[in-house]
Design a binder for this molecule. Structure first.
Ligand code: IPM
Ligand code: MG
Length: 350
């Protein structure tokens, strides 16, 4: 049966990088192997429909075999007082697709060790994956909002985790670690936060089912330091939504550019949401210079996790590796290739 893939180009450089990734995908699997269906998400959806995520888009994504997303947001929709924001579309989509696990692999290409502002000897051979909880914690907890209290205004976000939310993400992290070096670092703030103390105890209980996994707990402040002082320490890192958001931006610096990093968001089923970890980069949007690698590697993750096409996933990853090894570089990596030229180099390395 033909698989259905929903494309959400989104805003800024989103459409530019998604377009390139689809070229690579088609060149690996063939022109007509998948059905593609375009939908709006984010700022472009606000402009067209007055909401960042329509029921129609959400439904299409829920029914799809996989969803590829460019990026959302931009200055046009950035007014802090605005009630409708592009990011709501992304968060609503993650929640609506029930993709609770966001996998963000950070692998430093041998030839890019010098592209990082960190010393090459520190970032060389880094190969870790951050498993970020994606549908709970501070992003979604209630109460949430701005309220008047005794004539004073307060802003409230709630950090809440249920045991089952922790268990399923830790389980997934352990399964990933079984196929890697077998080490899981759970990041929390258990010296201060009650939700972290629950997180820690659920972690320990869950580990009973994984006798071959070595579990380590690390406080988030220490983890942020370790991530740049000794990143090779990490194999699989699992953490709550907000910590994961912050730590993965930090981790992207190891890889030389945020433009390099892919992500996969997974739930209980096969369907997943695949997006690069970079944003819509309004400053370079429309210039044709964005690095398409993060989106292209997200496509490889889609083949692996949603479409059972491991061989094709490896082909794409090897082609990226080869193109980079042969010196293909976009501007963010200190090179001069345009978005399309970078893709051409990857296509010819396939
Ligand atoms: C990310 C982004 C999003 C997040 C924003 C755009 C809402 O920073 O995917 O890391 O905070 O999750
Ligand atoms: Mg982020």
């Amino acid at each position: 049966m033909t698989k259905n893939i929903v494309l959400l180009p989104g805003d800024g450089i989103g459409p530019e990088v998604l377009n390139e990734a689809v070229k690579v995908l088609k060149s690996v699997v063939g022109e007509n192997t998948f059905n593609f269906e375009d939908h709006l998400l984010g700022g472009c959806s606000i402009d067209a429909h007055g909401t960042a995520l329509t029921d129609e888009t959400l439904k299409a994504c829920q029914m799809a075999d996989a969803v590829m997303l460019g990026a959302v947001g931009g200055p046009k929709w950035d007014d802090p007082a605005a009630k409708i924001r592009p990011e709501q579309g992304l968060l609503g989509l993650r929640k609506g697709m029930a993709v609770f696990a966001n996998l963000r692999p950070v692998k430093v290409h041998l030839d890019l060790a010098d592209a990082s502002p960190l010393k090459a000897e520190i970032v060389r051979d880094v190969d870790m994956i951050v498993v970020r909880e994606l549908t709970g914690g501070l992003y979604f907890g209630t109460p949430k909002g701005r309220f008047m209290e005794d004539g004073k205004e307060k802003g409230v976000d709630t950090l809440v985790y249920y045991d089952y939310e922790v268990e399923r993400i830790v389980r997934l992290a352990c399964k990933l670690a079984e196929d890697r070096k077998g080490k899981v670092t759970s990041v929390d703030k258990a010296n201060v936060l009650e939700s972290s103390r629950l997180w820690r105890s659920v972690c320990v209980n869950t580990l009973a089912d994984f006798p071959n996994i070595e579990l380590e707990h690390m406080l988030v402040d220490a983890a942020s330091m370790r991530l740049i002082s000794n990143p090779r320490h990490f194999d699989v890192m699992v953490t709550e939504n907000m910590f994961g958001d912050i730590l993965t931006d930090e981790a992207s610096v190891l890889a030389g550019s945020m433009g390099m990093l892919p992500s996969a968001s997974l739930g209980e089923g096969k369907n997943g949401l695949y997006e690069p970890i970079h944003g819509s980069a309004p400053d370079i949007a429309g210039k044709g210079i964005a690095n398409p690698v993060g989106m292209i590697l997200s496509t490889a993750m889609m083949l692996r996790y949603s479409l059972d096409m491991e061989k094709e996933a490896l082909m794409i990853e090897a082609a990226v590796e080869k193109a980079i090894h042969e010196g293909a570089r976009t501007a963010d990596l200190g090179g001069t290739l345009s978005t399309t030229q970078m893709t051409e180099r990857i296509l010819s390395a396939l």
